[in-house]
Design a protein around this ligand. Structure first.
Ligand code: PHE
Ligand code: ZN
Ligand code: ZN
Ligand code: ZN
Length: 297
């Protein structure tokens, strides 16, 4: 798997910040900064050779958009999806939430193209609209698939906040290893978690589980029984002293003290967390989608 360029990921964040600044300070559903963000992502993917769709839907009296990008090739009946929400709240530019996940999966998708990856599975990336209004874009997408098309999606990786300034390293707890909270994800989620866990083990960074509590775009996937996984570096929750011992940073402070605030700018990014998560995403895509088929003798 490739090493994803932190410089390139941060350049996307700068572009998303500039889009917000030019459009009243946010990239929220129904505001011009959202469509500009969607067009930025779509333009790069189109140039790289993806088949892209701007899927529109209506929420709260405004048009929302999902950007769906298919990488040509792979088994069309065996699809891996990778997604991130692209909208911000109205209060600010949404650079950690969720420019970070959006930029990290964008750069991974562009690296797939640069390497002319020939995956075994079919690869589909998604940038969701109106997550902040209640997972509206991802819900629209999943609800509008036919039963047959839905059954072809064998896994969904979600990335929502992957560069929190006081970061934790959380993996959606597909195997319910901690035995508390919402329980395991759909069958197959444990395997998606394991791949991410293997990456963090390989770089010597400990991880902890975070529950599928329904707060991000994996929700409509797991409610339809599609296995899901992903990473998260923390939102408004407070880092405990045990977590500060594990990961560094500041105990007693929020993972992201600018969560849903105007200060969620390009200054609200931990580069180390962003770099590690972007590389983890690429590792997972290459491992899950591109693993060579076993040789049959
Ligand atoms: N989805 C939340 C938001 O966008 C953030 C979040 C992500 C919370 C993952 C919990 C887990 O505001
Ligand atoms: Zn949010
Ligand atoms: Zn979010
Ligand atoms: Zn787990």
């Amino acid at each position: 798997p490739p090493d994803i360029s932190l410089t390139n990921v941060k350049a996307h964040l700068t572009q998303l910040q500039n889009i917000a600044t030019a459009n009243g300070g946010n990239r929220a559903h129904g505001r011009p900064g959202y469509l500009a963000s969607a067009n930025y992502v779509k333009g790069l993917l189109d140039s790289a050779g993806y088949s892209t769709t701007l899927q529109s839907f209506t929420y709260n009296g405004a048009t929302g958009y999902n950007v769906i990008a298919d990488w040509p090739g792979g088994n069309p009946d065996d699809i891996l999806m990778v997604g991130a929400h692209l909208d911000s709240v109205t209060a600010g530019p949404g650079i950690n939430d969720n420019g970070s996940g959006s930029a990290a999966i964008l750069e991974t998708a562009l690296e797939v193209a640069r390497q002319s990856l020939v995956p075994t599975k079919h690869l589909r990336f998604a940038w969701w609209g109106a997550e902040e209004g209640g997972l509206r874009g991802s819900t629209y997408y999943v609800s509008n698939l036919s039963t047959t098309d839905r059954s072809k999606i064998k896994g969904y990786y979600n990335f929502d906040m992957v560069a929190s300034p006081n970061p934790g390293y959380f993996l959606y707890d597909g195997d319910d290893s901690d035995g508390v909270g919402s329980g395991p994800g759909p069958a197959g989620s444990a395997e998606l978690e394991r791949v991410l866990a293997d990456y963090f083990t390989s770089i010597g960074v400990p991880t902890r589980g975070t529950d599928f509590d329904g707060r991000s775009d994996y929700g409509p996937f797991i409610s339809r029984g599609i296995p899901a996984g992903g990473t998260f570096t923390g939102a408004e929750g407070t880092k405990t002293s045990a977590q500060a011992t594990l990961w560094g940073g500041t105990a007693g402070q929020a993972f992201d003290s600018c969560y849903h605030r105007s200060c969620d700018t390009t200054s609200n990014i931990n580069d180390t967390a962003l770099n590690r998560n972007a590389d983890a995403i690429a590792y997972a895509v290459w491992t899950v989608a591109a693993a060579p088929a076993p040789v049959v003798v």
